[in-house]
Design a protein around this ligand. Sequence first.
Ligand code: MD3
Ligand code: FE
Length: 213
Amino acid sequence: MSLFETSGRIDIRGVELLRDALDRSAQEALVDDLRRVAGVAPFYHPETRRGQKFSVRMTSAGAVGWISDRKGYRYQPHHPSGGGWPSIPPQLRELWCAILPEAATPDTCLVNYYGEGARMGMHQDKDEADLSQPVLSVSLGDEALFRVGNIERGGRTESVWLRSGDVAVIGGAARLVHHGIDRIRFGSSDLLPQGGRINVTMRVAGSGPGAAA
Ligand code: MD3
Ligand code: FE
C-alpha cells in the first residue's frame, strides 16, 4: 500500500488528516476487502433507543462491533442478526501498525456507509474502554463535510471536506472532541459503483462497560 508519498498533513483541532494517504489501487483493494466483510456481516440500519433510524448504515469487523438498537449502544461480539463479525482485513491492520506503531492492537473496525442524503450528527466517541488509545479513520468514495467542535458541547467548530483516500488519526486531546458529518457530495467519486461514501474507523474497544457480552 503506498503511504505518505504525496500526503499533506493537516491539523484540524488536533485531528491529524493525512490527505491522499491511499492511492487509487489501495482504495480499490480496501473496497474489495469491505465487500467481503459486508458479505459476512451485512450493513444494517442502526436505531436509537427511541427507535429513530440512523441515516448511515453500519457493520463491523473484529472481535466486537459497535451497535445501536432499542436497548442502547455498545460493543458486542455478534452482528444484530446473531452471527459473529468477520476478522479485520489484513490491509487495515497493516495500515494501523504503519501509522500507529506504539498503539495497542485494534480489536474492532466500524464501517459506516453513507448513501445519498446520509449524515452523522455531532457526537463524542467514548464507548471504548481506554480513551488514551487512538482511532484511525479511512475515507472511501464520495466527499464528506467533516465538522470538528470541542470537548464540551457547542462552541465554535471547524469543517473540512474529507476525500477518498484520506486517513485521519485521532489521538490525545482530540480523542474526545465532538465531531460529525454534515453531508456528502453524492456522486463526487467513482470509487463505489453505486456511489456514496464508506468510512472505516479502527479502534481498540477493549473490555469495559461498553464491551459487555
Ligand atoms: C474525532 N465517523 O464512526 S470519521 C464514527 O466519517 C465517526 O463516518 C465519521 O465519527 C465518519 O464515530 C468521522 C473521523 C473521526 C472518527 C472518530 C473520531 C473523527 C473523530 C473520534 C474522536 C474524534
Ligand atoms: Fe465518531
